[in-house]
Ligand binder design. Structure first.
Ligand code: G6P
Ligand code: MN
Length: 446
């Protein structure tokens, strides 16, 4: 099989390639085509992959290209993990909002809208090229904001595009581990949107074990999300929230915690140093990558962690193979018809009552050779449904704005977001983002 990786010069690509190296079952990926807008970044990542492959039998061949069509032609699977505007764009997503006293974050709040607005037209063009050159390919979308981008790409690709995220499975693994259970033997009742969902139940041998976990302070201390939100609050909710809900439930703490550099700003300097180091010393590519990765993982979600007693993310947790593990499991389930149940970003249909049918939601799905089928979920109580309905309305407004180039709709999307506290600030957000991000200015020329 041939796999095209869009954003192939990205820092996480070695994780995907490492997982492909370990995957011995046939049919397997024999060729990986890395596509990126930056030839320099491709070269660096190719060095890392070459060193990862050393000593393995039949490592998948690696080809790089800066031409999208060349990457897509005859691909069986496409992983899309692009960042339009790069990390400089991410810092603008954060700073423009923070300068207006609002949360500045990659995917949540105004920063996520800005990221979506400039990414949607590019994602749509990718979808059109896939439809033209590899109409039978499956697209696995990691590009954030993943729910919004997957929903936009669906307009061209329908069910052939599936969005993924590592945060729900991470939460489920932590919850199962805290109870001493094998995560493979629990069925999660997880429901919501990407980066906005709740684990409301966890069934093991026919019994929901979540209430027991919520009542057990010692066990809760092993679940990072419970540390971040506090045992009282998770008991009040009757659910374990996705870690990104920190930005909604503790907005002022999250904003206050970003006093020095933002996540994007620290990653920008870290990453520049990494790519420069490998270009200077290609022989050290793997060591440089491993150490940069350790640094990156250790500081993940630092604002939520520092404000609570969550500490650093567990090593075992990091080794569990979040991001790349999900993509590979999904690809294997489709390509080999190995049935699996996974939490994915898919068209709602009637799975989540109260949300539009065409809305992309993040829920458990069964996966097999024919593709993905969402499982029905229990109705969401008002305290959860209200938030997902509002945020979904924002996402759909942002998609319309990006596809039509309508500044009015873009302002509406910002203004309707629960983390934007004044409609007058919404206009200033759009102007601020247009001034700092050329890719966004190009979508909204006036
Ligand atoms: C998690 C999320 C991803 C997000 C990433 C950010 O893995 O699920 O959607 O992109 O965190 O991590 P970073 O190291 O870039 O801050
Ligand atoms: Mn994610």
């Amino acid at each position: 099989m041939r796999l095209a990786v869009l954003g192939g010069g990205g820092f996480r690509v070695p994780l995907v390639y490492g997982a492909l190296l370990r995957d011995r079952v046939k049919p397997r990926v024999e060729e990986v085509v890395l596509y990126d807008v930056s030839a320099e970044r491709l070269e660096v990542i190719e060095h890392v992959l070459r060193r990862l492959a050393a000593g393995h039998d039949d490592p998948p061949a690696v080809r790089t290209t800066t031409e999208l069509d060349a990457a897509l032609r005859d691909a069986d699977f496409v992983f899309s993990a692009i960042r339009v505007g790069g990390l400089a764009g991410r810092t603008a997503d954060e700073r423009v909002a923070l300068d207006l006293g609002l949360l500045g974050q990659e995917t949540t709040g105004p920063g996520g809208i800005a990221y979506g607005l400039r990414t949607i037209p590019v994602a749509l063009r990718v979808a059109e090229r896939v439809a033209a050159l590899a109409p039978r390919a499956w697209v696995i979308n990691f590009t954030n904001p993943a729910g919004m981008i997957t929903e936009a790409m669906r307009r061209v690709l329908g069910d052939r595009v599936i969005g993924i995220c590592d945060s729900p499975i991470g939460l489920i693994r932590r919850a199962a581990a805290a109870l001493g259970l094998d995560p493979a033997r629990v069925s999660p009742d997880y429901v919501g949107l990407n980066h906005l969902g709740w684990l409301r139940g966890l069934v093991h041998e026919g019994r929901d074990v979540l209430p027991g976990l919520l009542a057990d302070d010692a066990a809760l201390r092993q679940v990072e999300e419970a540390c971040i939100f506090g045992p009282e609050w998770v008991r009040t909710l009757g659910a374990l929230p996705n870690e990104y809900l920190y930005y909604y439930y503790f907005t002022r703490e999250a904003v206050a915690a970003i006093s020095g550099p933002t996540r994007g700003e620290s990653l920008l300097s870290q990453q520049e140093a990494f790519y420069a180091a490998v270009r200077a010393r290609p022989d050290d590519a793997l060591a440089e990558w491993l150490s940069a990765r350790r640094q990156r993982d250790a500081s993940y979600m630092a604002e939520a962690r520092d404000a609570t007693d969550a500490g650093e993310r567990d090593a075992a947790d990091l080794e569990a193979g979040g991001y790349e593990g999900i993509a590979l499991a999904l690809m294997a389930a489709i390509a080999r018809g190995e049935p699996a149940t996974m939490i994915l970003n898919v068209r709602n249909g009637s799975a989540v009552p109260g949300l539009p049918e065409d809305a992309v939601v993040e829920i458990p799905c069964t996966v097999g050779g024919a593709g993905v089928r969402p499982l029905a979920t229990r109705p969401l109580p008002g305290r959860f449904l209200g938030l997902v309905q509002q945020v979904k309305a924002v996402e759909q407004t942002a998609i319309e704005a990006a596809l039509t180039g309508s500044s009015r709709l873009a302002v509406e999307a910002f203004a309707l977001h629960p983390l934007v506290d004044s409609a007058s600030v919404a206009r200033r957000l759009l102007d601020g983002y247009r001034a700092r991000i050329p890719e966004l200015a190009a979508v909204f020329p006036s």
